[in-house]
Structures are given as C-alpha cells and as structure tokens.
Design a protein around this ligand. Structure first.
Ligand code: 4AD
Length: 478
C-alpha cells in the first residue's frame, strides 16, 4: 500500500485505510485486549489503537503494547473519529485503528535519558553544560550535557527540530537579501597560511610538511575579492576560533554570515544596508516561522518575542553615546572613556537593558568604536583617529555582528599591521597586501554569527541550544 505522511492525515481520511511509517512516541497496554501506540513524525503525533478482535490475537496486542519507545514502525489501519478528542496527540481529532503493524527499525531498549520538550531556561549565565534543567513542575530533567551527548534522541524533539529550521531560515533570509541586492555568493578557503584576524586564537592543522591554520573568518579572502573587482560578495560558512572561552555565547566553531562591498561616498551606505538586512531577517523570521516559534515558546517563552524599532528602521547610536548612557546609570566606564577598552559582557547587557527601556527595541547598532579595540584592517575615523569607522550590532544587549570600513590603501594597511603587531611578511598577509597594491576601491562589510542570531531571537539561554553539533573547548562529539 502507498505510505501516507502522518502529518498530512485529516478528516478526509475518515473510514479509509492508510499506511504510515512513524516513530513510537509511547506504547502502553490498556487491558489484556487493548493497547495504545502514540505515533510521531516531525513533531506531529497521532494515536493508534489495537484491539484483540477478529484476526488480531491477544498476543499481537501484547507485542504491540511493548514496542520499544522510539522504534520506527509501519502501521496499516482505518482512520476513525475518536469518541472524545485525544488531548495528548497533535492530530487530536482522529485515531488509527490498527490492522497490521511491523517494526522497521527497532530502537535500543535502554534509552539513556528522558528527553522532554518542556523545560525551563537554565539559570542566569547558563554557560555550563552540567547545570540541571527543570521541567515546569520542578522535576529535574536531562542536563544540556546529557542532551548533547545523546543528540540523536534530543533532535527528535519538536523543539530541537524547530530551532534547527529557524537556523536554516536565518541563512536563507541572509542569502535572499544579499542576492536581491546584486551581491555574489562566494566560497572561500578554510585552510589558510596565516591567521585572518591577527592574534593567536587560531587552530593549527598539520598540512603535509608544514602548518596550516583553520580560517578565523573569511576576512582576507572577501577583501581580496573586492580588490579583484567583485564589487559585492557574501559567504555562509564555518568560522574557527581557538578561544578557551567557556561561556553561554562562545563556540570554537560557528557559522559565519559574512559580506563585503564597495561604497561610493561614505561607509554609512554599507552600514545602512546592513541595518536593513537585519531588520529584514528578524521581521521575516517572525512572519515565516510562526509555527516553529510557537513550538519553541512552549519551552522558551521569550522565543520570537523580539522587539524591533516601531518605525521599521534600526536604532543607531555611537559607541560614545553608549558610554554616556552607562555612565548616567552609574556604571564605571572610565576605561571606556579613554578609548582603550571595549565594553565588557556585563556592560553590553546593561546597555541593552537601558536602550530597551529608553527606545523600546531589542535590536540596535553602535557605530564609531575606539580604534584600539578593532583589528588592523579597520579604517580609523578621519575626524578622530582614536575612533574608527566601525560598528557592532546587538540583539537583546549582546553582540551579533561586527563590521567596519576597511583600510584600502596598501601603505596605510601595512603601517596599521605593524602598529597592531601583525607581521606583513607572513605568508597569507603578503598575498593580502599584494592585492591592495593593485589598487582597491573603498569598501566596508561585516560578519554575523548565525548561532548567536538564532540564540537571541529565540531567547535561548545557551548558544549550544542554537547549534546542531556544538563545538567548545570541551566538546568534540557527536
Ligand atoms: O567580531 P568577529 O570576530 O568579527 C570578524 O570575524 C570580522 N572579520 C567581521 C568583519 O567583517 N569585520 O566575529 C563576527 C561575529 C560576532 O559578532 C559574533 O556574532 C560571532 O561572529 N562570533 C562568535 N559566535 C560564536 N562563538 C564565538 N566564539 C564567536 N566569535 C564571534
């Protein structure tokens, strides 16, 4: 018989015979003659019932009621209207009366943990995988560590699946917007001869008889493309960071959404473009992913409850305005006032709170960061060289993007490298500089962390929950 998709069953199938392939969410004996099997497919659940009447033996009922949870079964039966709606099923208005049932793939009997969809966000700071999580009624459930160690079972929950679809949604919306703007999609190499951001946070790889590095960003390659007359480029790809940061928002590998483009008069053309890009992604997510957001809200109530500025434009402030707002709130920002230090995570979050109260938005942009806290390729502010033509984007008070106008003059770039302690003679940097010696138009761009966008849009307490197979200093599996 042709197999019907469980998720498509409806009243149209009443009194018809169907065959479905699905997972057993739950199986139980009601009596010696009656068993219930909850079937599940992509988060949708439908109840099947088997009774010892006619050709079906008590033995068959008993066997069905004892099928291991999570096994994949093929069920043939008649779709009927139940006497009362089945509240525990998603398809509560129908029931499958089993005629035949086979196990297609049996799940191991000992399930190492109980995966539950409903769970409270981890306590504040929730960075550690070991923190116990609690169900809404207070019962402890799997820790994040248990969930990630048993990711295949965790992925079967409707919450994990919905989060995964939101992630692909962010990538799709980013690509849509970039392509519509005329940007070209590039795929740069992740094996490089030097670090790309300067600094030591880079993974070494044995590369035949020498050492290569995993790219910390597509920064150098995307700029070489601009020097190569490509005008506007973007990329979606893995980014590697050898940072020993065990926090709720750092991974050693994440998905980067990068773009780089030329401008005519002022880098604010690019900044404005990036602001509109983010407003597009965040508002389209709400519209296109209502179903997924509703599923995730059952476990993470802040999911999708994300405030954008009412006028549909992004809120843009200068870094120094942020310093002033924090100072007014009594925060010690003396280091920041000296243009030497970036905001700490705590300051970022507090500023996010202040801005939310004052401007009623969870998304905003800070422009003009101090040059001291930005990488060598950043263009200093021509009006005040202590500052730079660079910007960060924030969601719920945490950074999701950084970007800048770049130095496009080869000599200025070389001097900036030297000033920042980056050796222009290193393989990789030499080629990069050589590209600029061919003449390169003024350009700007940015890099977004996809996992962070998902995390903050959904109000998840930990970036690992927004990542299919997270990698951090401790975790290399599954
Ligand atoms: O701020 P970052 O390091 O900037 C760059 O890589 C530049 N090349 C971007 C540019 O075009 N100028 O990284 C960009 C974004 C951050 O804003 C953050 O969202 C994310 O990448 N990110 C991380 N996400 C998860 N784990 C980490 N360890 C991250 N480090 C940065």
């Amino acid at each position: 018989a042709p197999v019907t998709n469980l998720t498509q069953l409806s009243e149209d199938y009443f009194e018809k015979e169907v065959t479905v392939i699905a997972r057993v969410d739950n199986a139980r004996m009601q009596s010696a003659k009656l068993a219930f099997v909850m079937l599940r497919q992509q988060g949708k659940k439908a109840q099947a019932v088997i009774a010892a009447v006619g050709p079906i033996s008590r033995q068959m009922v008993k066997w069905t009621g004892a099928i291991n949870l999570n096994s994949v079964v093929q069920v043939t039966g008649i779709v009927k209207k139940p006497a009362v709606p089945i509240s525990s099923a998603t398809l509560s208005h129908l029931e499958i009366h089993i005629e035949k049932v086979y196990i297609i793939a049996e799940a191991a009997q000992q399930i190492p943990m109980q995966v539950k969809d409903a769970e409270k966000p981890a306590p504040v700071g929730g960075s550690l995988e070991e923190e116990p999580q609690f169900d809404t009624d207070g019962t402890p459930i799997a820790t994040l560590k248990t969930r990630l160690d048993n990711r295949v079972i965790d992925l079967q929950t409707e919450t994990s699946q919905a989060i995964t679809w939101i992630s692909s949604g962010v990538a799709q919306l980013f690509a849509e917007y970039m392509l519509k703007s005329g940007a070209r999609w590039i795929f740069s190499s992740k094996l490089t001869g030097s670090s790309t951001e300067g600094g030591s946070e880079v993974f070494e790889v044995k590369y035949f008889k020498r050492t290569a590095y995993l790219a910390q960003s597509p920064q150098l390659h995307k700029q070489i493309c601009i020097a190569g007359d490509m005008n506007s480029v973007f990329e979606i790809g893995p980014v590697f960071r050898a940072e020993e940061s065990n926090t709720h928002r750092h991974l050693t590998e994440f998905t980067g959404l990068d773009f780089e483009m030329t401008f005519r008069h002022h880098y604010h053309e690019v900044l404005g473009f990036a602001e509109n890009l983010l407003v597009f992604i965040l508002s389209e997510l709400k519209g296109r992913y209502e179903t997924e957001i509703a599923v995730i809200q059952k476990s993470y109530p802040k999911a999708g409850d994300f405030k954008l500025p009412k006028d549909g434009k992004a809120l843009r402030l200068n870094y120094m305005d942020g310093v002033t707002l924090l100072k007014e709130a009594g925060v010690d920002v003396s280091e920041q006032e000296k243009f030497e230090n970036d905001f700490t995570t705590a300051m970022e979050k507090q500023l996010g709170q202040i801005i939310r109260e004052k401007y009623d938005t969870d998304f905003y942009v800070l422009d003009k960061f101090p040059m001291a806290v930005r990488p060598f390729y950043t263009k200093p502010d021509p009006e005040d060289p202590r500052l730079s033509n660079s910007y960060d984007f924030f969601m719920r008070g945490e950074e999701i993007m950084s970007g800048a106008q770049r130095i496009h003059d080869a000599n200025e770039l070389e001097a900036s490298m030297v000033a920042k302690g980056v050796d222009p003679k290193t393989e990789g940097f030499e080629d990069y500089l050589a590209a600029f010696r061919q003449g390169c138009p003024p350009h700007a761009g940015g890099g977004l962390g996809l996992n962070r966008i998902v995390m903050f849009f959904l109000g998840l307490p930990n970036i690992r929950l927004a990542t299919l197979f997270p990698r951090d200093p401790q975790r290399l599996r599954p």
